[in-house]
Design a protein around this ligand. Structure first.
Ligand code: FAD
Length: 429
């Protein structure tokens, strides 16, 4: 008998889940997607706030966004991006096109219930297993229905709910406060002084775009050293914001500056508003608990989470996580006992702590840990390792992005078998 794998969300993670469930013996996917199309965060909208159904806008894309990873690194391992375009860092609309062609190629549309909003997930626990009652609202008819699934993959995306930092005295600040989730284009910031708080991918990218129109951009961050890259003349680095003034901010070194706007590029929260307490999932200090290998709910292993790790190659990571999770259902992967999974996760956390990492970075992999992580998943599911050139290109890009923020997207990459070919303005280097 076919077992039903419920999938929440039809972004890259949910599509990947559906594609591999279809390819697995005895599994059949059903995907719920609250919007009317696939692609998740890659579906750009100029709007902010609420959508036509009164739900918060999901996408955090801005109009001009080009990927921060080359397409040669970004794609699913079994479905590379088309090499029609020479440029490697492509516009967000090209990523959406790619996800649509992935959907068509694997005939996924028929398994997706569009405009279906998952509202409640409840476990049904018996001695042998946990199944899942998923209650969904059809946003067109406003009617609710419940489906029982043998397994459930949570693919609701983790770049939608802004994380707001605590800034002392922020209530006295008279300027404008915006989170990068609501940033769309630079024209409203023309001639203004903007503090951009946070210097990860979005903070850097948005700062550069703002610098094309703003009077001055103050890139505020807590890195121990200044970012060693050339910057536009009207952009400078300052330490982290500690408190607000009426018309500006005080930074960690005691200096202060006037600013018309603060742009929070401070990341996003993990949220699973549809999970009842019985699911046993909590979020503490940016750690989603209790997850084994950042995927499996150790209390109820028939529930998996895709896309929790960050600072990774997202699509390839989804692909490995999905196949690992599905492998636990089909018998390809043998899970350890609950106690062993809990102990292994705690051990990983303690190791991180002993290396000096704060808990909130537990799901942050980076290139060294990503390589080990994907190798471990591959080993456990007896599958091929991730192609080495993806890992190599990822490292090259990370370094280039740090040392050459203004130029790193001008490089192109192509894969000739396992060899990395890198070009700048069409010239091989
Ligand atoms: P999403 O794409 O967010 O999809 C989640 C889906 O779930 C959405 O369609 C949503 O509508 C649906 N959903 C949520 N809740 C419910 C519910 N209750 N019921 C039904 N449906 C629901 N990655 C890269 O690889 N390269 C890049 O260059 C890159 N740049 C990025 C730039 C920005 C500004 C952002 C925000 C992210 C970027 N990423 C990039 C990361 C990107 O988020 C991932 O690559 C990936 O697209 C995430 O896919 P996902 O399926 O996990 O989530």
């Amino acid at each position: 008998m076919m077992r039903v794998v419920g999938v929440i969300g039809a972004g890259a993670a949910g599509l990947c889940a559906a594609r591999h469930a279809l390819a697995s013996t005895g599994l059949s996917p059903v995907v719920w997607e609250k919007s009317s199309q696939v692609g998740g965060t890659w579906v750009y909208t100029p709007h902010t706030g609420k959508d036509q159904d009164g739900l918060p806008i999901h996408s955090s894309m801005y109009q001009s966004l080009k990927t921060n990873l080359p397409k040669e690194v970004m794609g699913f391992p079994d479905f590379p991006f088309s090499s029609d375009k020479e440029e490697s860092f492509i516009h967000h609309s090209d990523v959406l096109k790619y996800l649509k062609s992935y959907t068509d190629n694997f005939n996924l549309n028929q398994y997706i219930k569009f405009r279906h909003h998952v509202e409640l997930v409840t476990p049904v626990v018996t001695d042998e297993k946990t199944t899942w009652q998923v209650t969904v609202q059809d946003l067109d008819t406003k009617t609710s229905s419940t489906t029982v699934c043998d397994a459930l993959l949570i693919c609701n995306g983790h770049y939608s709910v802004p994380r707001m930092p605590q800034v002392e005295d922020i209530e006295r600040y008279k300027g404008k406060q915006v989170h990068s989730h609501d940033y769309r284009e630079p024209s409203p910031y023309k001639g203004l002084t903007v503090v951009v708080l946070g210097a990860a991918a979005s903070g850097l990218d948005i700062s550069l775009e703002l610098a094309t129109v703003a009077k001055e951009v103050l890139l505020s961050h807590n890195f121990p050293l200044p970012i060693p890259s050339e910057l536009p003349p009207n952009m400078r680095q300052v330490q982290g914001v500690v408190s607000a003034l009426d018309e500006g901010f005080v930074f960690a070194d005691g200096s202060s500056a006037q600013a018309d706007v603060i742009m929070y590029c401070t990341g996003y929260e993990f949220t699973f508003p549809f999970l009842t307490d019985d699911c046993g999932v909590t979020i503490e200090n940016n750690i989603v608990k209790p997850l084994y290998k950042h995927v499996i709910n150790t209390t109820h292993p028939s529930m998996g989470f895709i896309g929790i790790p960050f600072q990774v190659c997202p699509f390839p990571t989804f692909d490995f996580q999905v196949r690992y999770f599905l492998g636990t259902l089909t018998g390809i992967v043998t899970l350890e006992s609950q106690n062993e999974m809990v102990a292994a996760t705690q051990f990983e956390l303690e190791c991180r702590r002993s290396l000096g990492y704060s808990d909130k970075k537990f799901h942050q992999l980076g290139f060294v840990r990503q390589e080990q992580y994907l190798a471990d998943l591959a080993k456990n599911m007896h599958a091929a390792q991730i192609p080495q050139h993806i890992l190599t290109n990822f490292k090259v890009v990370v370094f280039r992005a740090i040392f050459s923020i203004m130029k790193f997207k001008q490089y192109s990459y192509s894969n000739d078998g396992n060899t990395l070919i890198e070009t700048l303005h069409g010239k091989r280097i």
